[in-house]
Write a protein that binds this ligand. Structure first.
Ligand code: ADP
Ligand code: MG
Length: 696
């Protein structure tokens, strides 16, 4: 690519504001802007004009089809492509795209997960254009970002509740801003930058690993002699093959308007990261989906496979996604930027303690919405954040919170002692940067970084929770302060009370330490080690209420989501168990047994001519006993999996998969891995960890 052309290439496949201005008649453009910014419905005439312009533009970009692009509860995007062709006279076709096709689509909802929301006799669902996210051309299709609902109005996707949660926090944040005399801001948006970690491995090796193909992670495998212990991969020089991949990835993402900004090697061998510049949350959620899709596609063109699983390899770091989250006004003010004036400062502290309170009161909810079978391998496994939710604030802010809590003078870490007036709040210094990598939820100067998300997660889920729980706290604050006689005094009292009541959620130390597990227990914080423990938090009374109060979900929708997630957990473990059984029987057992037989034959032949054969006998005997172990362990896994698959209650089934099947899988893996350690390379049926991690 000609690098001078990047500004030209950026967003060239997106029907963005510039294109709209350029191609739409003035009145149409204005009407569409009203829809985008103020949520006004689009009338049919305007829609027809927009659709025609979109179609002409898309055809110039090579599109022949259009698709309503949506995010069902599978966690990945869905698309069904219709061509623009319409029959004309003389057996010819014209290219057609009408307003009604842009605005609304019908879709058979019955094959998407719905958790019992959609009765089978009512299989219709519909998709509706979300004009707040730009349409784009991908792979010959005009993609129209849409929301997805059932005909009865129940939400079947991740986008609708995300948009609702953004509305909820907008409403409540504006109330707070008005209390501070801010009358300019018309809207408060949440912004998100999602850092994405991933692995790249060679396609040839990948194709020979059924576990990677079926489950995205290695279910067997001995650690290679070298792992990540030399810490030489993090930020290391990017080798040419990977560099070529990253360049093409950037280019493809830029074309789609994704603000890909940073790329580097990560901690584990073969692990890398891409971080975009932050943007409005619903667009960030769309872009995150596109990023994952493009990462996989570009890998294929380079003879690579991109693994987005949270833990593809045991014993080396897994992959996460850091959800950087903040609040900003349409006038460009970041509400988590500590201010310069006392009033700005107070406003910052009010928003800040609202987040502390939200995270403390809804720890379970935050944990539940990042829970999955894959993420279970990370959270709490001494590499990623622990399973305990806590907030890192850093030394400076800690000193500020201490001063507020105790009413004593504030000792700034950098600027020394500062006097506090009777009912004033301490000034918060700027640039209190975070270097604590072990915290699940860190304040990093002007944003919060929620680090518990798995690399494969759709970020919509975590942000639906974050937006809603913070909206709830802001609502309570606004209710209290709008009725206060003395706003300043009441606000100071509220901040102080909130700090005292919720300071237990703040933790600045090492989140990986065992000491913290004990301390967190003393503080009464939740420690939910697996998805099976965490998911039921979704249906706790208070956790349902916060969503229904803010009209983000109905109770029915929450219960259906819960059901889907619990069932998915069992399904994932079931697939993993089946893949293990298959590999154990067909690949590993034969390898171990044949090599044992070969050694035994060699020994027998040697003995005939009177040669000592101690090592053959010893290794062969050991391998035979390992083969027996594999045999026994696979039988046990087979039986227990069959039992688990018969359990009809979803929660009960998930428990059995976790407590019984998962334990069986670990035992089977241990016996196979024992075999790998002493079986000749040429007998081993699959590429090993060294091949996968070091021969990219
Ligand atoms: P790191 O976490 O690796 O130290 P940075 O702190 O520089 O990296 O930023 C990480 C991510 O945070 C980037 O994706 C960036 O766009 C995002 N980010 C920065 N400011 C904001 C904000 N106000 N709102 C949301 N995300 C933000
Ligand atoms: Mg980060």
């Amino acid at each position: 690519m000609d690098m001078t052309r990047i500004p030209e290439i950026f967003g060239c496949m997106v029907f963005n504001d510039t294109v709209m201005k350029d191609r739409l008649p003035k009145e149409t453009y204005r009407a569409l802007q009203k829809t985008i910014h103020d949520g006004q419905p689009l009338d049919r005439e305007v829609a027809n004009v927009v659709a025609a312009a979109m179609k002409d533009w898309a055809i110039e970009k090579g599109a022949t089809h259009y698709t309503h692009w949506f995010q069902p509860m599978t966690g990945v995007t869905a698309e069904k492509h219709d061509s623009f062709i319409a029959p004309a006279e003389d057996g010819k076709v014209i290219m057609e795209f009408r307003g009604k096709e842009l605005i609304k689509g019908e879709s058979d909802a019955s094959s998407f997960p719905s958790g019992g929301l959609r009765a089978t006799f009512e299989a219709r669902g519909y998709t509706a254009w979300d004009p707040t996210s730009y349409a784009f051309v991908k792979d010959g299709s005009l993609c129209i970002p849409t929301v997805f609902c059932s005909y009865t109005g129940d939400v079947l996707d991740k986008k609708t509740p995300l948009l609702r949660s953004m509305e909820a926090i907008n409403l409540q944040a504006l109330r707070i801003l008005r209390l501070f005399g801010n009358t300019d801001a018309k809207r408060v948006n949440t912004t998100v930058g999602a850092e994405q970690e991933y692995f790249l491995i060679d396609r040839e090796y990948y194709n020979r690993r059924k576990d990677l193909i079926y489950t995205g992670r290695t279910l067997f495998g001995v650690p290679s002699p070298k792992g990540q212990e030399l810490e030489d991969h993090y930020y290391g020089v990017i080798q040419p093959r990977i560099s070529a991949y990253m360049k093409e990835l950037d280019e493809e993402l830029w074309k789609l308007g994704v603000l890909s900004k940073t790329k580097h090697n990560e901690v584990a061998p073969a692990q890398h990261e891409m971080a975009p510049i932050f943007t409005t949350t619903n667009i960030a959620a769309d872009h995150d989906q596109l990023t994952m899709e493009i990462m996989k596609k570009v890998a294929e063109r380079h003879g690579l496979v991109c693994l987005l699983h949270e833990k593809p390899f045991a014993g080396v770091n897994g992959s996460g996604k850091h959800n950087n989250w903040s609040l900003s006004t349409d006038t460009g003010v970041n509400l988590f930027d500590p201010g310069k004036t006392p009033s700005e400062n107070a406003q910052f502290l009010l928003f800040f303690v609202a987040v502390l309170k939200a995270v403390d009161e809804y720890q379970g909810l935050l944990r539940a919405y990042v829970a999955s079978a894959g993420n279970d391998h990370r959270l709490g496994a001494s590499e990623a954040p622990p399973a305990i939710v806590s907030v890192f604030v850093g030394d400076e802010l800690q000193a500020v919170l201490d001063a507020i809590d105790s009413g004593k003078d504030y000792h700034s870490v950098s600027a020394g002692k500062m006097r506090l007036g009777v009912d004033t709040l301490p000034a918060v210094p700027k640039d209190n940067t975070d270097r604590n990598r072990t915290s699940p939820f860190a304040f990093t100067g002007n944003k919060f970084e929620f680090r518990m998300l798995g690399s494969a997660a759709a970020i919509a889920d975590a942000n639906i929770v974050l937006n809603t729980i913070v909206a709830e706290e802001l609502k309570k604050f606004a209710d209290e302060l709008e009725n206060a006689e003395d706003f300043r005094a009441s606000m100071n009292a509220l901040v102080k009370r909130t700090v005292s009541e919720h300071k237990r959620i703040v933790f600045n130390g090492n989140g990986y330490s065992e000491e913290w597990q004990r301390e967190a227990e003393r503080r009464g914080l939740l420690n939910l080690c697996s998805a099976v423990d965490a998911l039921p938090m979704m249906i706790e009374k208070e956790n349902i209420k916060v969503f229904t109060d803010h009209k983000v979900f109905s109770e029915k929708e929450i219960r259906s989501r819960y059901e889907i997630l619990v069932e998915t957990y069992s399904k994932v473990l079931n697939i993993e168990a089946l893949a293990m059984i298959d590999m154990a029987y067909k690949d590993y057992y034969p390898a171990v047994s044949s090599y044992a037989a070969l050694l035994a034959e060699n020994a027998a032949r040697k003995r005939q001519v009177g040669i000592e054969c101690e090592s053959e006998v010893s290794i062969s005997a050991r391998l035979s006993s390992i083969a027996d172990d594999i045999y026994r362990n696979v039988l046990k896994l087979k039986e227990d999996r069959e039992e688990a698959s018969k359990i009809s209650d979803a929660q009960e089934a998930a428990k059995v998969y976790r407590n019984v099947v998962f334990a069986d899988m670990a035992k089977l893996r241990a016996s196979v891995d024992e075999g790998e350690r002493i079986t000749a390379q040429e007998f081993w049926p699959v590429p090993n960890y060294g091949d996968l991690l070091f021969r990219v």
